[in-house]
Ligand binder design. Structure first.
Ligand code: PLP
Length: 430
């Protein structure tokens, strides 16, 4: 692992990594001070990365440097600080575009998170294009962020939401998806990687099906962008939403990428400063993209942090991140399968990211999470904002361990050992 440095500008850290064929989580952990913590007297094992990742020093330092040296409001001033802040903000936009292999930075809109990005699509594109009886096809495994915004349009417009189920292996049923597409289908909206099943959707195949039916494809990339290489041109999707905080970046910033030709035809999402061309007391006209969708002061420091996070991820390599996740999942599944009374969810195979969701016979998932926390192991329990999926699986609450580039195999073993003890404890009361 090489030394780190900075480029001296408005916030881009430069990592001098050697190209790594394989990721070394132990070396990377040195960049994440929080991972040195103890919890309840045990070294922390942080396995709640699908909810939010931890942040490397490079991200925190980039934001601090921005605030200490460059902060002013963006796009508004002729003075030096405002120009520097604007440059840093626009550089972050270009960095998101390059991460996604997007053809143009101007079709990246900064939002607060994936939720806001998907609300933007439903409220702006949806209102402009959907009439009563038009159909949006989703799957039963969507996060609420990709369901509730469509419910608004169902109430407001009378659109129809069609949900596609899963195969027995917990993959999206592509035959059912194809069958659900019809004359009134205007959009398919689905995840890149499921936050519960860990399954990776064949996005390109779904894009081909959606386009053949004359529909657009909206991808919820909240789990995809942090864990998988993403190329929106190769995926051929029309929208891709992501959250900075799940991919080593700060909270408060996310992004929506959309095909420029589609974005250009969309009305604003919110009104206010920055998104206008001209305003009179009676009326207003709107700016071009992306400014039209970024009313008010944007999350500038957060965008600088996201820029640093993307630099970090790409220095490690998204292929290496995905391969590391997959290796940890294989190991975790093998360990958990050996524990009696543990039920596992999600597909077995290569199309699976770093998430293991399970239940333990005779123990509520919240109790399992509490017992693991007593041993310093942080996992999540509950419905994971995917209640329809819980219903489809017949498990309204589950427990979830989720990994990232700094997770070690030893940590997976500590988790599995603690889960074995937890299971024995509850089995004693059965
Ligand atoms: C698949 C998926 N979609 C959307 C979201 C919402 O992300 P955020 O809360 O950052 O808006 C999440 C968060 O867990 C997610 O996992």
């Amino acid at each position: 692992m090489g030394a780190r440095g900075h480029d001296g500008n408005a916030g881009t850290p430069v990592l001098h990594w050697r190209v790594m064929s394989q990721l070394d989580p132990r070396a990377l952990r040195r960049d994440f001070p929080i991972l040195e913590r103890t919890v309840n007297g045990h070294p922390l094992v942080y396995l709640d990365n699908a909810a939010s990742s931890q942040k490397p020093r490079q991200v925190v330092e980039a934001m601090a440097r921005y605030y200490y040296q460059h902060h002013a409001n963006v796009h508004r001033g002729a003075h030096t600080l405002s120009v520097e802040a604007t440059d840093a903000f626009e550089a972050a936009r270009a960095r998101v575009a390059s991460l996604l292999n997007a053809p143009e930075a101007r079709s990246v809109v900064f939002t607060r998170n994936t939720t806001e990005a998907l609300n933007l699509v439903a409220a702006s594109w949806g209102r402009a294009h959907l009439q009563e009886g038009d159909e949006v096809v989703v799957t039963v495994a969507e996060h609420h962020a990709n369901l509730v915004p469509w419910h608004f349009l169902k109430r407001e417009r009378g659109i129809v939401i069609k949900a596609v189920g899963l195969t027995d292996e917990h993959r999206v049923d592509l035959e059912a998806l194809e069958a659900a597409l019809g004359e009134r289908t205007r959009a398919v909206a689905t995840f890149h990687m499921s936050n519960v099943l860990g399954s990776v959707n064949p996005v390109r195949r779904i894009a081909d099906l959606a386009h053949a039916a004359g529909a657009v494809l909206i991808v919820d990339g909240a789990q995809g962008a942090p864990h998988l290489p993403v190329d929106v041109q190769a995926l051929d999707c029309d929208f891709y939403a992501l959250s900075g905080h799940k991919m080593l970046g700060p909270t408060g910033v996310g992004a929506l990428w959309a095909r420029a030709s589609i974005l250009e035809g969309m009305p604003p999402f919110m009104g206010g400063g920055e998104m206008i061309r001209r305003v009179s007391v009676e009326d207003s006209s709107y700016a071009g993209i992306p400014a039209r969708f970024e009313a008010g002061t944007p999350p500038v420091a957060e965008a600088v942090g996201l820029h640093a996070a993307i630099d970090y991820l790409e220095a490690v390599g998204m292929d290496a991140v995905a391969a590391h996740d997959a290796a940890l999942v294989r190991h975790a599944l093998a360990r958990l399968e050996a524990i009696e009374g543990v039920t596992l969810y999600g597909p077995r195979g290569e199309d699976r990211g770093g998430i293991v969701t399970f239940t333990v016979d005779g123990a509520h998932p919240h109790d399992v999470a509490t017992a693991l926390d007593a041993e310093g192991v942080a996992i999540r329990s509950g419905h994971h904002c995917a209640q329809p999926l819980g219903k489809a699986l017949g498990a309204s609450a589950t427990a979830r361990a989720s990994f990232y580039l700094y997770t070690t195999e030893d940590e997976v073993d500590r988790f599995a050992d603690a889960l074995g003890r937890t299971r024995d404890f509850f089995a004693a009361f059965a």
